[in-house]
Structures are given as structure tokens and as C-alpha cells.
Ligand binder design. Sequence first.
Ligand code: FAD
Length: 286
Amino acid sequence: MKSTLSFEVFPPNTQISTEKLFNTLDELQLLNPEFISVTCSNNQQDIETTTLKLAEYIQHQLDIPTIAHLPAAYLSRLQVDQLVHQLNQLGIQRILALRGDILPETSPKNDFKYASNLVKYLKFQDPHFQISGACYPETHPEALDRVTDIRYLKQKVNAGCDQLISQLFLDNECFFQFQEACYLADIQVPILAGIMPIVNRNQALRLIHTTKTKLPRKFLAILEKYEHDPIALKEAGLAYAIDQIVDLATQDVSGIHLYTMNNAETAKHIYQNTKNLLHSEKNVAS
Ligand code: FAD
């Protein structure tokens, strides 16, 4: 079995980065991804002005299926109805239904307390929507424990998820164990593995300080040795991500979802080095 390749991009916040992103998207198009997903902050205005605009460009100008991320903890039912209407008008049928992060100073609205509430609501509004859900190979940080987290994940899938997209991870064993736990819990939808190539020091430091991602010895050794040599660090970070993908593809993972950080060069490099392992039924750029 071959695995799919898809990309994640995020809406930029300056004019220069907006132009850069459109160039990036044009380059990603040549790699014929299964889909490109667009992240979204938990603010309705951002969804309309940035996420939907980008998703529309990907879907209609580039002719690539897109997934719009939709975090709903701070949205009312009415706001979600309006967004559903807009998505339908734009012909965007794929949504990553999320709760989103809870901000310490702002209470969420209670209409969509968990992502599963949103999944169920969206499927009820329009059964044609293809809904993805987020999942966490190393357990969601707020979860009591892994078993509870998987139990809620199962509820989310039963509410109508067609596939799951995983949080990034650097230790493939965590992902394989998670897949097995999902299998035992009778979660049968495809699980796409989230891979983020770590190509610079700031990105690595952010990862260390802001996430609970397990950092394998091999990865820490790379950081330690090349932290002050940007070119070597980038080369080693790309090789690390490729090594992860080779292992995952060999084990028949459903798909690789690459967190591109809006960087086409990184995505192209990874694509060139893994394309024969990954699935593409269309003609692809060499
Ligand atoms: P949920 O599935 O609702 O889970 C959140 C927590 O609640 C978990 O601990 C779960 O175990 C628990 N839980 C679930 N159901 C119940 C229940 N019935 N009772 C009690 N507890 C329950 N954030 C953004 O703001 N924008 C993005 O674009 C974005 N994209 C993402 C893409 C991916 C692939 C991933 C993995 C994450 C993304 N996030 C994004 C981050 C995500 O919003 C946060 O991780 C958030 O904290 C959880 O969202 P969720 O949809 O996974 O929540």
C-alpha cells in the first residue's frame, strides 16, 4: 500500500509574507499533493479574511483539494452556520473540525465545547462535508491519560470524522503505538502522520519550549552538534524528517501530512527524496 502526501500552510500576517505564500503555493501545486490544508486562528474574522481566501485560491486557482481548519470553541452556532454557508458557496467541502486552544483570559462559548460537537453539527448540517479531526500520538496535553484521550477520540470519529490528522511527532515509535491503540479502540479511519522538518535553531527552540513533543536522543544530538551551523542543521533536520517518512511509508502509514511552515523549498526537497515511496496517481513533476 502506498501513502498519500499532503501539506499544511498558514495564513500570513504581512503583505510580503502573503506574496511569498502565493509563490509557495504555486510551487507546492507542482508536487500534486492529495490536499493542502489551511490553518486558522480562533477568531471568526480571521477565518473569513484569511483562511477562506487562501482555501478558495488553492481549490479554484490551483485546482487542488483544500481543507479549511475550523476551530470553534469561540464561535457561536450562528457564526458556524454563516461559515458553513460561505464554505458551501466557495465549493469547499473539506473541513478540519477543531475545538482550538482555550485562551487563559477568555472564556470559550459553550456551543462547541469539544471538537466532536462540531463534527456532529457539521455532518448534520451537510452530510457531504468531508470532516477531518485532529489527533495526538503523544496524548493531548489536557487529557487525563492516554486511555481517556483515545476514548474521546473514538467519540469524535463516531460523530463523523472521515480521517484523522496527527500532531507532529519526532519519535515514530510513539506514532506506531498510538496507531495500535486506535486499532484496539476500533478507530478505523485513515490516520495521517504529521511531520514537521526542523530546519533552523529558532524553530527547534520553540519546539522544545512550547510543546511536550518527545525529543529522541538522535534528534537532540543533531541540535547539540549543529545548533550554531545553520546549513548543517538544516541538512540534518531535513534528513531526519526524510528518515521518519521512509520508516512510516515502509510501515504503510495512510498518509504523510507535512507541516510546511510555508516553505516550498523544504517541501520540494522532502518530496524529491520520498516521492517513489509515496502515492500519486497523477503525473508529478520530477
Ligand atoms: P478536542 O478533540 O475537543 O480535544 C480537546 C481535549 O478535550 C482533549 O484533551 C480531549 O481528550 C478532551 N475531550 C474531548 N472530548 C471530551 C469530552 N466529551 N469530555 C471531556 N473531555 C473531552 N488550533 C488552531 O487554533 N487552529 C488551527 O488551525 C489548528 N490546526 C491544528 C491541526 C492539527 C493537525 C492539530 C493536531 C492541531 C491543530 N490545532 C489548531 C490545535 C488544536 O486546536 C489544539 O490542540 C486544541 O487544544 C485541541 O483541539 P481538538 O480539536 O483536538 O480538541
